[in-house]
Write a protein that binds this ligand. Structure first.
Ligand code: NDP
Length: 244
């Protein structure tokens, strides 16, 4: 399935590392004009070198006012990938206000804010669009010490449906991808205990975690017209975990 995004302008958040970076590279290779949004400028500089011609925006998406300044007049965007997220492990009884607020601001509030900016532009231009929210399988299952992070992803399931319902009449589709563990900087925080990592991997019917490329491919599918009748939905990229 060869996809072609030429003529489209795509915005990817959390583009500096991991899944976001992989998504930018794939969209760029498939002809999209890409706006890469992330927090660490050196990541964006090296990404620009790998993907000549992309635009970059360096901003902390947990800061509403800074985000408004950075993206408020970003111009036309047809495709949006809400991928940026932060994860801090805390047992439920030790959850702090700071971690709660910061995690919800980055992982969920920024999705509302950036999606509003993009959707308003699409509606004004009277053109269709596609938004993909990068969620997680922990929207559906519990994991130790991830109370706050998991809650942002659970809320993202509802937000995705609400957005699909309210933006559908404007021909804007909204979906999520829900991966299991993907080998990135974020998952290294969770898998510090090799024994836990091995047992967790073994619980997956396919006997593996998710490959980054497989997550990116699902994002691309949902962004593309190949999923033109899909909205308010989520693709599990979980190596069968939820079936086990
Ligand atoms: P990484 O930590 O590898 O990369 C996250 C990227 O988002 C980084 O470039 C980071 O920049 C950026 N980012 C984080 N906070 C902000 C912020 N406040 N403002 C702007 N940019 C920010 O994460 P992954 O690639 O692993 O995760 C991507 C998505 O996939 C997330 O939504 C995550 O929840 C989801 N996911 C990941 C899984 C995994 O196992 N890796 C499993 C399931 C879902 P910086 O480094 O500068 O902070």
């Amino acid at each position: 399935m060869r996809l072609d995004f030429s003529g489209g302008r795509a915005l990817v958040t959390g583009a500096g590392k991991g899944i976001g970076r992989g998504t930018v590279k794939a969209l760029h290779a498939l002809g999209a004009a890409v706006i890469a949004v992330s927090r660490t400028n050196t990541d964006l500089v090296s990404l620009s070198e790998q993907c000549p011609g992309i635009e970059t925006v360096c901003v902390d998406l947990g800061d509403w006012e800074a985000t408004e300044r950075a993206l408020g007049s970003v111009g036309p965007v047809d495709l949006l990938v809400n991928n940026a997220a932060t994860l801090q492990m805390q047992p439920f009884l030790e959850v702090t206000k700071d971690v709660f607020d910061r995690t919800f601001n980055v992982n969920l509030r920024s999705v509302v804010q950036v999606s509003q900016i993009v959707a308003r532009g699409l509606i004004q231009r009277g053109v269709p669009g596609s938004i993909v929210n990068v969620s997680s399988m922990v929207a559906h299952v519990t994991f130790p010490n991830l109370a706050v992070y998991s809650s942002t992803k659970g809320a993202m399931t509802t937000l995705t449906k609400v957005m699909a319902a309210e933006l559908g009449p404007y021909k804007i589709r909204v979906n999520s991808v829900n991966p299991t563990v993907v080998p990135t900087a974020m998952s290294q925080k969770v898998l510090t205990d090799p024994d836990f990592a091995r047992k967790l991997k073994e619980r997956h019917p396919l006997g593996k975690f998710a490959e980054m490329e497989d997550v990116v491919n699902s994002i691309l599918f949902l962004l593309s017209d190949r999923s033109a009748s899909t909205s308010g939905s989520g693709i599990l990229v979980d190596a069968g975990y939820l079936a086990s």
